[in-house]
Design a protein around this ligand. Sequence first.
Ligand SMILES: [Zn+2]
Length: 166
Amino acid sequence: MAVYRIYTYPERILKHKAKEIKNINGGLQEFIDNMYETLHFASGVGLAATQVGKENALFVADVPVGEDKRKIIAVINPVIVESEGESSIEEGCLSVPNFRVKVKRAARIVIKGYDRNGKDLVLEATDLLATVIQHEMDHLNGITLMDHASLLKRDAYIKSLKKESK
Ligand SMILES: [Zn+2]
């Protein structure tokens, strides 16, 4: 297994849209294992393929759901088929370190896609899991937290990055 480098804002790859995965094979299984490894190494709750520089429509998540329970998922070619309600949680992102912003999202979603073995997957999600999934699906569309931030917040963050690199 391997830990991938996580690309960070403003690296261009984060703006790329992921492409549909056509082949669910051994290479992809290995990629998914490494995605989990990378997610856990970085202590994150979700990771999209575009964050490690791959334009694959795929994300993994490991999210606490209630006491002592976790939902660990890998979803290939995810599509939201139902969404309702509204929820606003302060989010962070492995690709935008030291930055948090509240994002309005659906409170409950149902997604469709494929699991790591290529089997049809339908998943209902609420609360934190719903937020994480929508966040990761944003990544697959080339959208980061920075696109949800106010101009003021974005400018301040860019300034802080410039200071760091000096
Ligand atoms: Zn993110």
